[in-house]
Ligand binder design. Structure first.
Ligand SMILES: NC(=O)C1=CN([C@@H]2O[C@H](COP(=O)(O)OP(=O)(O)OC[C@H]3O[C@@H](n4cnc5c(N)ncnc54)[C@H](OP(=O)(O)O)[C@@H]3O)[C@@H](O)[C@H]2O)[C@@H](O)CC1
Ligand SMILES: [K+]
Length: 489
């Protein structure tokens, strides 16, 4: 499979692309809003139990229109419900105005203020969707608060109200739903940043048979498989990995990257320490070389950065590594050094072999000369900017990691959990990418594959332990090995 051709991943569209779709299908019959409202009613009906108390909240725009359609369908099927519409008739967009008329014609009761305090088994949040322009205030902020206080389960339509569909960050008060039913396609804001904390379990109602617009994808599986290993194999077939890092006090970072590379299948792994590295007695097959020789040695993957420190020797090694003919992954301190030495940027851009950058938001901010808040305010845009600027494959780490390719494509990762937010997990990821490169995957496939595996492995380990507290690097490595084998065999 080429780096550009990933038909099996769910498409993920930002608002501009959704608006294009909306325009292309403006005259569709039945209209998109009718399909959305019907899909929402179809989703909820089988989940309702006799006697459940159901509240529906509709906002002033088309997200509210979806709820009006949903309410009509539920009412026509005899479901008791309490519908609140917080809009102005004179300002309703066309489709939502039609939905209001049809609702009235169907005789479904409509309220225009929140009910007194009482418990609801289900509440549907249709206040705002992708048309959110500013922080929720007044009656809309009160409605969000009401939902959190009185609804046992919240179903958000399209996107939890108050959350930005493109960035995954709230503009102000924002719904925290248990479920989100999103229309037409997946949306990055449901996965990246704070998105998963607001969206809950995401379900997609495609509404159309095919999507005529593309933007990005959600990573929900390994995008490429490794070929089955022939019986007649030897270690030379599975690649050579070099790892430069491990300055005094941070030797563990290099060792963790090395362990991950070995256990994910690399044939041979050499560590090049900036300080003397201890023997890893549980992984005696980890070899060592002087760090500078790894820069000129023939390798299938060279990782530079884990625990490397910021001393002059580290900078010198970074400079040498940029001339390596191997695919080069720059992580951690190598990224901080790169951010501090713009003179090196051109050398990175001009590398003939692939370069992969794995910054967390602070490292990304250093590379781009901006703040973490700037990066987080638009993670996709900044990942794309880094990829273009350095002509590199980039993963911007953090909840819902964003992968960007040098030719302007992006993916949001759907796997992973807060257990990964501990020291050492980045080193493990770097080693995993190197292992997939060493076994012959193209740069993009190796990066996407490792990002997904790393998260999926953490999800497996957390499911086994019952929660994310104290997740260890070795657990993630072992679970990732198991996932990789199961995906390929
Ligand atoms: N795309 C598609 O193809 C399909 C889209 N569909 C649905 O439509 C949704 C998008 O609809 P939408 O564009 O009408 O936006 P929506 O989110 O309802 O809100 C806009 C309204 O809110 C207002 N407003 C904004 N922020 C505000 C605030 N903080 N506080 C107060 N007011 C605020 C804004 O008014 P204004 O800014 O002009 O004051 C405007 O009146 C989409 O998410 C999906 O559910 C489906 O039917 C299927 C197909
Ligand atoms: K909503």
């Amino acid at each position: 499979m080429s780096d550009c051709d990933r038909p099996n991943l769910p498409p993920c569209l930002r608002s501009f692309a959704l608006r294009q779709l909306e325009m292309q299908h403006a005259h569709l019959q039945p209209p998109l809003m009718e399909r959305a409202g019907q899909a929402a009613a179809d989703w909820l009906l089988p989940r309702l139990q006799a006697g459940d108390r159901l509240l529906l909240l509709a906002g002033p725009g088309n997200n509210g229109g979806d709820v009006l359609v949903m309410a009509r369908h539920l009412h026509q099927r005899g479901v008791p419900l309490h519908l609140v519409w917080l809009g102005e008739e004179a300002r309703l967009p066309g489709d939502a105005a039609a939905a209001l008329q049809q609702l009235r014609a169907a005789g479904c009761p409509l309220h225009t203020s929140l009910p007194p305090a009482q418990q609801w088994d289900w509440a549907v949040d249709g206040l705002f969707g992708i048309g959110l322009q500013r922080p929720l205030q007044g009656q809309y902020a009160e409605a969000v608060n009401y939902l959190h206080l009185y609804a046992r389960r919240i179903l958000a339509l399209d996107i939890p109200s108050g959350l930005q569909a493109d960035t995954g960050y709230p503009t102000g008060p924002a719904v925290r739903a248990q479920y989100t039913l999103t229309f037409l396609s997946d949306k990055p804001g449901l996965w990246t940043g704070a998105g998963q904390d607001h969206a809950g379990e995401v379900h997609i109602a495609p509404l159309l048979d095919t999507l005529s617009v593309t933007d990005g994808w959600r990573l929900d599986q390994l995008p490429a498989r490794l070929p089955a290993r022939p019986h007649d194999s030897h270690k030379g077939r599975f690649g050579r990995v070099g790892i430069i890092g491990g300055a005094a006090g941070m030797q563990g970072a290099a060792l963790l990257a090395g362990r991950a590379a070995l256990q994910l299948g690399a044939g041979r792994v050499w560590l090049g320490g900036l300080s003397p590295l201890p023997l890893d007695v549980s992984h005696l097959q980890l070899m060592q070389q002087p760090a500078d020789t790894l820069c000129t040695q023939a390798l299938e993957a060279l990782v530079v950065g884990p625990g490397m420190g910021l001393e002059h020797a580290a900078l010198q090694l970074l400079q040498q590594s940029l001339h390596s003919t191997a695919p080069l992954l720059l992580d951690a301190d190598a990224l901080t050094l790169l951010g501090a030495h713009p003179a090196l940027h051109t050398t990175v851009q001009q590398r003939p072999a692939p370069t992969l950058l794995t910054p967390h938001p602070l490292e990304a901010a250093r590379l781009l000369g901006c703040t973490v808040a700037d990066i987080q305010a638009d993670r996709i845009q900044h990942a794309l900017q880094l990829a273009q600027q350095f002509k590199a494959w980039v993963v911007l780490k953090g909840a819902g990691s964003i992968v960007a390719s040098p030719d302007g494509q992006w993916w949001v990762n759907g796997s992973g959990n807060p257990g990964l937010a501990v020291a050492g997990m980045g080193d493990v990821l770097a080693g995993m990418v190197a292992a997939l490169l060493a076994q012959g995957m193209a740069a993009g496939d190796a990066l996407l594959g490792a990002i997904w595996l790393h998260g999926a492995a953490a999800d497996d380990a957390v499911a086994q332990q019952g929660g994310p507290i104290g997740l260890s690097c070795d657990e993630v490595i072992t679970a990732a090995r198991s996932r990789l084998n199961r995906a390929c065999y």
